[in-house]
Design a protein around this ligand. Structure first.
Ligand SMILES: Cc1cc2nc3c(=O)[nH]c(=O)nc-3n(C[C@H](O)[C@H](O)[C@H](O)COP(=O)(O)OP(=O)(O)OC[C@H]3O[C@@H](n4cnc5c(N)ncnc54)[C@H](O)[C@@H]3O)c2cc1C
Length: 462
């Protein structure tokens, strides 16, 4: 493809920044990725991505998108020790305390640590001949063109003794600096409005610990995901990783907080709505300390609603929407947004921001709806509990009852939460009929309590 500009600059070299850089390399002569951290050569944790020490699942939709951006990435990760597996047959999903019926699906998962995934993507980007990754360099603000209608560069400060602020000129600047993005402030400094923020306060507390994984654990299954229930608002994810390890992250809503001491961590696991994680942890070898953290709110910045936005500037990834991590959506959305950016760039360079933000909003709508809708099951969480949200949650409560014994429903559900299908698919008549049938069957086969016969028994039952 003919280049549409000379220089694009990406701020942030995490998953969203790397995915964007991959796409921009096809349409700009030169791409520079700026990252404030010192980037490690190997796949290890780094300061700017503290979340890498907690469970990081890649949804099937995200894996497919990353594979499109970096062909062969799944095989490369497997060659480094990651485990590939069927997301329905080899992962145990528990909703409402019921295990989703296992069965073969066409959903391929990859069990990999976050540092290895990011490290491999980073090496792919570094290997592109027209991309330069500059680490230990802070983006400090935007440089406006003289007419104030476009961004024509970025102010940067290198993390080196005696360095002073420099200007890096660019035809396009992409902010991928994550949840703490300064874009709202930078835009205001240039005289543009800030985006409206939708915020849902979830007050999630979580804690993580790595354990040695025995290949026989869970009969060889790759992962367990336990969602909190109304009476027990605590959940957890236990994900296999390269190096025969499990990453275990426990979470709690509404004041439920997994303790950071080893005994408390184990006791908290014992109180999850499903026993699988506790059963493994009770005799697995821990490989480090318990690391606690908090996630106060899901935040969505509505850039697509701004009527006035400078040319030459975009925002992507967590800087646009930071989801409740319990649903494991962020990396997948970042990859899908990069594909949307590629589509926009291929169509035309003009009106890029308006077209990209509209497409990104369409991508974010679905996972945001899934995450916020599921969080609003908990009466203690404040948010827009619309009639649609209440209806969908009531339907899903029945759906999970039927999906515990019906693998077709299990697959339909997983395709939606893995961003492969739209949620409306769960309401199709063929699916709704199976939900009804499953609930009728369960009601008919549920063991009943014997009816009290004697007067004393009747009194006790009353
Ligand atoms: C606890 C937790 C668990 C999660 N679990 C999952 C999961 O299971 N699955 C999933 O898909 N997602 C998960 N996520 C979300 C996922 O981590 C992010 O969505 C993903 O990393 C993409 O984010 P990003 O690249 O937009 O931003 P980030 O990952 O936050 O990266 C921002 C980058 O920008 C750099 N930076 C920041 N400011 C500047 C600056 N001024 N100048 C230069 N560089 C700068 C930072 O150092 C960093 O490298 C989780 C998040 C959390 C907090």
């Amino acid at each position: 493809m003919q280049p549409i500009g000379e220089h694009a600059v990406v701020l942030g070299a995490s998953m969203a920044g790397l995915a964007a850089a991959r796409v921009l390399a096809d349409t700009y002569e030169q791409v520079t990725v700026l990252e404030r951290d010192a980037l490690p050569a190997a796949a290890v944790h780094r300061k700017g991505v503290p979340q890498s020490r907690h469970a990081h699942g890649l949804l099937a939709g995200g894996r497919v998108a990353l594979e499109e951006l970096f062909p062969g990435l799944t095989d490369e990760l497997v060659a480094h020790g990651a485990l590939s597996g069927d997301l329905q047959a080899q992962t145990r999903w528990h909703n409402q305390g019921l295990r989703l019926c296992p069965g073969p699906s066409d959903l391929q998962g990859i069990a990999v640590s976050r540092p290895l995934l990011e490290g491999c993507a980073r090496e792919r980007v570094r290997a592109l001949p027209n991309v330069q990754v500059v680490d230990r360099c802070d983006a400090a603000g935007l440089v406006p063109a003289s007419d104030g209608r476009r961004v024509c560069g970025v102010r940067v400060l290198r993390r080196a003794d005696g360095s002073a602020e420099e200007v890096l000129e660019a035809d396009l600047v992409v902010d991928a600096t994550g949840r703490g993005s300064r874009s709202p402030v930078w835009l205001e400094e240039l005289g543009y409005p800030r985006p409206v923020e939708d915020e849902v306060r979830i007050g999630v507390a979580y804690a993580s610990r790595v354990y040695r994984r025995d290949p026989d654990h869970l009969g060889g299954d790759r992962a367990v995901v336990v969602a909190g229930t109304l009476d027990r608002p605590r959940g957890g994810a236990m994900l296999a990783m390269e190096g025969d390890r499990w990453m275990v992250t426990l979470n709690g809503y509404l004041g439920q907080r997994p303790p950071a001491d080893p005994d408390g961590f184990l006791t908290f696991a014992a109180g999850l709505p499903a026993p699988d994680i506790f059963e493994v942890l009770s005799d697995a070898e821990p490989l480090g300390d318990v690391l606690p953290a908090r996630y106060p709110a899901s935040v969505r910045r509505r850039y697509e609603r701004l009527g006035w936005f400078p040319d030459g500037y975009l925002v992507t990834g967590d800087a646009v929407c930071a989801f409740n991590p319990v649903y494991g959506q962020g990396m997948s959305v970042a990859a899908l947004e990069a594909l949307a950016l590629r589509e926009c760039l291929r169509a035309s360079p003009t009106g890029l921001a308006r077209r990209f933000f509209a497409k990104a909003a369409g991508i974010v709508d679905i996972p945001w709806g899934i995450a916020v809708g599921a969080d609003l099951r908990f009466p203690g969480i404040q948010g827009p509990r619309t009639a649609k949200v209440r209806l969908v949650n009531a339907y899903l409560a029945r759906f999970h009852v039927a999906a515990a014994t019906d693998p077709v429903l299990g697959r339909a559900f997983l395709r939606v939460v893995n961003l492969m299908d739209r949620p409306e698919g769960l309401l199709r008549p063929t699916i709704a009929r199976r939900v009804l049938r499953g609930n009728l069957w369960r009601a008919a086969t549920r063991p009943r309590r014997p009816r009290p016969t004697s007067r004393a028994q009747q009194k006790e039952a009353a």
